[in-house]
Write a protein that binds this ligand. Structure first.
Ligand code: N01
Length: 867
């Protein structure tokens, strides 16, 4: 007789995983009064701390900070014995939390989820487990961890070895006695680096197979930091608040010292202090620019290599242990206890797999290209299919029977690293797109869980039963995650952050690198804006405030934040003289822009007197004449000079291979309309006439400008056409002023808060031109005759009040038959493209501008663009 189908158990929520995240999620869901079942494949709570029992396993975040904060009494009662606690102690802690809050009664252990399917008509998840049970729930929450799916060994012959095989991530509970054995360890990530010194104590011979040398600093383990304990005892709430709103989840004073400009003495002092401190966020915060600037990063990396050479006695081994194929920090750095010293022991040997790769694992050991090694035991410390592995393996099928693995085939896509479209009511804790592995996990996990719990509470109060991100919200977040990574050195490394450690895995930067603080703010903003980017439904109702929570480039946002802290007066409240002084003062410490071949200053006869110019000649071969670009600086006809746009001129010169002649012009209010425009035209005429002596190619001349400089560049093109010359090959107008109408939508949207404000624009116009003149094409070129003008490249920025007039000019030029390339600086403000080397996200736009300038001169000598 057939067994009758069992009735699926019903829960409001199912949580998968009983580690740090799963336990707290369970606690919060129960607090909300929901019925919950947690499913855990292990035999006990602990997650990563249940499985990773290899010798030496410890956390690499100080234990004072690597703990829950939701239970203040537990915080006071529990004392960590060490600065970095061992795996058994952390596991004990998690067991205590489970017992203290009676969580075990809702956890089914040794239960592996085999599949989860969204039942569309029922609006519920149907989950099956390894025991054949079916469970149904409304909310399905994956707390499966980022580093829980061991990477399968892709090494040839891995199954053939007849000796003992161990995986650091699945170490036997009873331990492994390696006493007197010949042991191989493959892998030198955190797990390898922590376990190798302890394995060396037991083994008679230890051979470490290293594919990539890794950066590691001494943990200086011992008692928990007295300083942190004191801060906690004095003001626990304040300390925890600071952690929640910090960049990495630990209160840290971020430095503003740049490696490239710091003195040797300061560099050394800061490095030695971080080395002595033995904390990851310390060594990652020696210089403000070490994560983004290769030169600064090299300073830190070089000093770590010096330390390695000073510890390891054999110079060949020392050199092989020196990392040199990735920037420091771009692969997770390690904290060790005696790692490099271990290689001074006579029975320990390093095999550099770059020099002699593994050919195969054999029955007796390992064969490399050069040698055969015999072993009694092989330890794999080869890492994880990080961040996506456990989620994809969980066989989750969303709307229209679409598997998560298929959706993520080209790389994961999430909204806030918490949800993904097509999978309603599926929450993922610390998923791709969240700060997770780049942060103190304990802090990030509490934030995620609190957000999810708050979301479910809000939904219940409003009568909603399903939630799902919109395509727009999710693609916007994915873009933001990649934008944040793109300005750093991180994507350059073959790291597990990039999925590069797993053969065939798409190369996408997985975690959110914008910071715990920025992430928390984004999550909060989403809620404040009525669950922006989510669609919620419930009986008889639906809600969708569609949109993108972060559209601005992250470095632009940082510049704005920094400016806000300076408390500068609005420019439009100042006199022209004071505004000029303020502008000069704020430019003092900015990066100088790229090197060019030669910079010379000179004087041009203008429409009513001499005009200073600065000429930039590109570096490199071939020698000989180059096309010319006459450039006009920005500053609303009132501010600016040859210095103000110097970095941008260098950049344009280096990228285009053209000689750039930056010309100053008469400023308002001393010389009002149309002085600046007439000077611009006079300058263009003079440069065209003196092309040869300036090192230019006669007849190959473009004009360029930014902001008001673009205004007079555009006017000069119209005047040149009307005057029958000079011949202009192209006009580059960066965020141009082309009209005096301040009512376009971009003025509404961006008129306040993005440096160039509507009020400032009005102030500029008031200084420059009488209202009666503002419609004159010499002031508002959009209103002129546009036929027969040179090809144009118009650059607009998303958060610029002038955005729409730039677009309008492009459309009008096109309508008049002028070839136009409209380049959008996505996520930028009016000034960001001029902030060369400060707003790194502007580099791709400036590269595009360089290409356009080259295209203005198709017959010029080709020149390699700067990278
Ligand atoms: O793994 P890993 P892990 N042949 O990927 C090598 C956290 N964690 O388990 O770099 C030969 O870092 C691989 O070489 P390569 C922490 O976030 C924290 O050590 O890919 N070698 C690498 O050397 C950490 O980052 C703690 O060229 C192969 C190593 O194996 C993350 O977990 C402790 C290979 C893998 O290093 C993962 O650390 C432990 C092959 N086929 C872990 N495949 C603490 O809290 C891989 N390798 C301190």
């Amino acid at each position: 007789m057939n067994k009758p189908p069992s009735v699926p158990e019903q829960f409001d929520a199912v949580v998968v995983g009983a580690g740090f995240a799963g336990l707290y999620m369970l606690y919060r869901l129960r607090e909300l009064g929901l019925s919950v079942r947690a499913l855990e494949s292990a035999g006990d709570v602990g997650g990563t701390w249940y499985w990773n029992r290899y010798p030496g396993a410890r956390c690499d975040i100080p234990t004072t900070d690597y703990a829950y904060t939701f239970d203040p009494d537990l915080e006071k009662e529990w004392t960590w014995s060490e600065k970095y606690a061992t795996q058994p102690e952390i596991l004990d802690y998690l067991r205590l939390v489970a017992d203290r809050h009676g969580l075990r009664s809702d956890i089914e252990f040794s239960a592996t989820v085999t599949s989860a399917r969204w039942d569309e008509p029922e609006e519920r998840w149907a989950i099956t487990t390894s025991s054949g049970n079916e469970i149904r729930c409304r909310y399905y929450i994956m707390a499966t961890g980022c580093l829980s799916m061991p990477k399968s060994s892709e090494i040839e012959g891995a199954g053939r070895f007849r000796g003992q095989v161990y995986f650091t991530s699945r170490w036997p509970h009873e331990g492994a006695d390696l006493t007197g054995q010949r042991v191989a360890v493959i892998g030198t990530g955190s797990s390898g680096i922590q376990s190798i010194p302890l394995i060396a104590r037991q083994a008679s011979q230890l051979t470490v197979f290293q594919r990539t040398a890794n950066f590691s600093i001494p943990a200086h383990n011992g008692a928990p930091s007295a300083d942190r304990l004191e801060q906690l005892s004095e003001d626990r709430d304040g300390y925890r608040h600071a952690a929640r709103w910090s960049r990495g989840g630990i209160p840290t004073d971020l430095t503003d010292i740049f490696g490239v400009t710091a003195s040797e003495e300061v560099r050394r002092e800061r490095f030695e202090a971080a080395w002595a401190q033995g904390e990851l966020f310390g060594i990652l915060n020696i210089f403000a620019d070490q994560g983004v600037n290769p030169a600064s990063n090299d300073i830190v990396a070089g000093m770590i290599r010096e330390k390695i050479r000073s510890i390891v006695q054999d110079p060949v081994t020392a050199e092989a242990l020196c990392p040199n194929d990735h920037y420091f920090g771009t692969k997770r750095p390690c904290l060790d206890t005696g790692y490099f010293e271990t290689f001074n022991l006579p029975h320990v040997r390093l095999v550099d797999l770059r020099a002699q790769p593994i050919v195969s694992i054999t029955e007796d050991g390992i064969e490399t290209a050069d040698e055969s090694f015999g072993f009694d035991a092989i330890v794999y410390a080869t890492g994880f299919d990080a961040m996506t592995g456990a989620l994809v393996a969980a066989d989750i099928t969303g709307r229209d029977d679409a598997p998560l693995g298929e959706k993520w085939a080209a790389g994961p896509s999430t909204y806030l690293g918490l949800m993904t479209t097509g999978f309603p009511n599926l929450f993922m804790l610390t998923a791709p797109g969240s700060p997770s592995v780049l942060s103190n996990m304990a802090v990030s996990i509490e934030q995620h869980v609190d957000w999810v719990a708050g979301c479910l509470r809000d939904m219940r109060e409003a009568g909603f039963e399903t939630i799902e991100p919109t395509a727009l919200g999710e693609s916007g977040w994915d873009q933001h995650v990649q934008d944040c990574a793109a300005i750093t050195l991180y994507p350059t490394a073959n790291s597990w952050y990039m999925g590069a450690n797993v053969p065939g895995k798409p190369r996408v930067f997985l975690p959110y690198i914008g910071g715990v603080d920025a992430y928390r703010k984004a999550c909060d903003d989403v809620v404040e804006q009525g669950y922006l980017g989510f669609r919620l439904t419930g009986p008889g109702q639906a809600q969708c405030h569609d949109g993108v929570v972060r559209r601005m480039q992250p470095d632009v946002a940082l510049v704005l934040e920094l400016l806000a802290t300076l408390g500068l007066p609005p420019m439009d409240s100042l006199s022209a003289a004071d505004a000029r002084s303020l502008m000069a003062a704020t430019a003092v410490n900015r990066p100088p822009g790229p090197e060019v071949g030669e910079v010379t200053d000179g004087v041009i006869p203008g429409a009513a007197g001499d005009l200073p110019y600065r000429l930039y000649r590109p570096a490199g071969l071939p020698e000989g004449p180059r096309p010319l670009v006459v450039y006009f600086h920005g500053g609303g006809w009132v501010l600016g000079n040859l210095d103000s746009d110097d970095p941008l001129c260098r950049d344009l010169c280096a990228r285009s291979g053209a000689v750039v002649v930056s010309v100053n012009y008469r400023h308002a209010p001393e010389d009002r309309f149309p002085a600046a425009a007439l000077d611009a035209f006079a300058a263009v005429q003079w440069v065209a006439a003196h092309a040869t002596e300036l090192g230019g190619i006669p007849g190959q001349l473009a004009v360029a400008g930014w902001s008001a400089g673009a205004n007079i560049a555009a006017v000069a093109c119209q005047l040149a056409r009307d005057a029958g010359g000079p011949q202009i090959s192209g006009q580059l107008l960066i965020c141009p002023v082309v009209d005096s109408d301040l009512t376009r939508p971009s003025y509404e949207e961006n008129g306040d808060g993005y440096i160039l404000t509507t009020a400032l624009m009005r102030w500029f116009w008031d200084h420059y031109a009488d209202p009666a003149d503002r419609g004159d094409p010499l002031a508002a070129p959009l209103r002129g005759n546009l036929a027969g003008l040179p090809p144009a490249c118009i650059v607009t920025a998303d958060f610029d009040p002038l955005r729409d007039e730039g677009v309008a000019y492009a459309r009008a030029l096109e309508a008049a038959g002028v070839p136009v390339r409209l380049t959008r600086a996505r996520g930028h403000i009016h000034t960001s493209l001029t902030m060369v080397d400060l707003v790194i996200s502007g580099a791709p736009v400036r590269a595009e501008i360089g290409d356009t300038l080259r295209a203005f001169f198709p017959n010029a000598v080709p020149q390699e663009p700067v990278s």
